[in-house]
Design a protein around this ligand. Structure first.
Ligand SMILES: Cc1cc2nc3c(=O)[nH]c(=O)nc-3n(C[C@H](O)[C@H](O)[C@H](O)COP(=O)(O)OP(=O)(O)OC[C@H]3O[C@@H](n4cnc5c(N)ncnc54)[C@H](O)[C@@H]3O)c2cc1C
Length: 353
């Protein structure tokens, strides 16, 4: 049999890695991506005179072997997250924050050289036999005698095999399937947690890293909020500086201006008026991203149903596979999980066709 035509729904890390692995084995594919950019939950924002700002995935550890192997294969380096030796800890809102000594970290956290989207752009550059279609939100997928038809908001595509890499919650939410997929899959998908999909990231860039000079590091852990975690986010070269962290997701209903003011007010507690002199404030409220977040009918726990065996099967008589970070076995929800899931589906295809 000739090699099958493959359509991959979603141009995040899982979709791009799947296309890359398949291409290495001589398969061609088409990626249909709903947004007008690649990367999905990897989003590196770049502005003049500011370090690359990771508004999505940022950190990895040495245990993330699928991701590390891919980075090595693509010749992309990693560098250690700057933590300093002290951190602010705000255990409770009724007493002031404390500056605490950090123990030596035996298992440090790393960032991707050049920004997390360096991985996305490098994968894209490696694809010679893959057509990447942006702005193609898939709305329905239908199997007939000879092929699978995929309909998007813009166009129609045919394939022998379709691989779904969007978060499982969204496949249930946004795509209609004919014949319908088994309820054993769709019921689980509807209740599968999408990692970080409701988070709020904030970043402030500065001309000088005042937090380093005063030996306080940029690390803050606060139970009082609204900022719950903050870290130094300067570039690897040490020439552009920023602080970046998470705001309690309950603040999603406020305006950007209100969130910026709350961020500054909170950080003044730690660093005084120096925080006022920021070059710019950036934020991403992920629950406003329809191709990442969808509301749940009921309460869902973090990582709920991630890595379920139901995601590992072939559907529609070897025409449909499910991938994406939340389907992975080892580190679902993380970049490593996205790469693992890509390896799993690529192997399923190369083993069979
Ligand atoms: C704020 C934040 C911080 C994070 N921090 C970390 C971290 O530090 N370390 C870590 O390892 N991981 C982190 N993650 C998780 C990491 O980003 C994900 O695990 C990984 O990027 C998921 O890749 P994916 O390809 O499986 O899914 P996604 O990145 O979600 O890609 C799915 C793609 O499908 C597209 N899509 C959706 N619907 C459709 C449709 N109908 N038709 C076509 N395309 C569609 C989307 O636009 C998207 O591009 C973070 C995530 C967020 C949001």
């Amino acid at each position: 049999m000739n090699k099958p035509d493959i359509v991959i729904v979603g141009g995040g890390l899982a979709g791009l890695t799947t296309a890359y692995l398949l291409e290495q084995k001589g398969y061609q594919s088409t990626i249909l991506e709903a947004r007008n950019r690649l990367g999905g939950r990897i989003l590196t924002c770049r502005y003049d005179d500011e370090p690359p700002l990771e508004m999505g995935a940022t950190w990895l550890g040495k245990k993330h072997t699928h991701l590390i192997n891919l980075l090595e294969q693509l010749d992309i380096g990693i560098f250690e997250q700057f933590m300093g030796n002290k951190a602010y800890y705000e255990p409770i809102s009724t007493s002031p924050p404390q500056l605490v000594q950090l123990p030596e970290n035996e298992d440090p956290t790393y960032r991707i050289e050049g920004g997390s989207d360096n991985l996305i752009q490098t994968l894209k550059q490696k694809l010679n036999n893959c057509s990447v279609e942006l702005g193609q939100a898939v709305t329905s997928i239908q199997q007939n005698d000879r092929a699978v038809q995929i309909e998007t908001t813009q166009s129609r595509f045919n394939a022998d095999i379709v691989i779904l890499t969007l978060p499982p919650k969204l496949l249930h939410e946004h795509i209609s399937f004919l014949p319908t997929l088994p309820s054993s899959l769709t019921d689980i998908a509807a209740q599968t947690h999408t990692w970080m999909a409701d988070s709020i990231k904030v970043a402030l860039s500065y001309r000088t890293p005042f937090w380093r000079k005063e030996n306080t590091s940029g690390t803050i852990m606060s139970n009082a909020g609204p900022i719950t975690e903050l870290y130094d986010h300067s570039n690897q070269e040490g020439s552009q500086f920023a602080l970046k962290g998470f705001m309690n997701e309950a603040y999603h209903s406020l305006s950007k201006k209100e969130r910026r003011e709350l961020t500054i007010d909170h950080l003044q507690k730690f660093y005084g008026s120096k925080v006022d002199n920021y070059l710019s404030y950036h934020e991403t409220v992920w629950r406003e991203e329809p191709y990442t977040f969808a509301n749940y009918q009921q309460h869902i726990l973090p990582h709920q149903h991630n890595g379920e065996p139901i995601f590992q099967k072939w559907y529609w008589d070897h025409s449909l596979l499910v991938a994406g970070s939340e389907t992975a076995q080892a580190f679902p929800g993380y970049m490593d999980g996205a790469v693992e899931s890509a390896r799993t589906v690529a192997k399923k295809i190369t083993d069979r066709f």
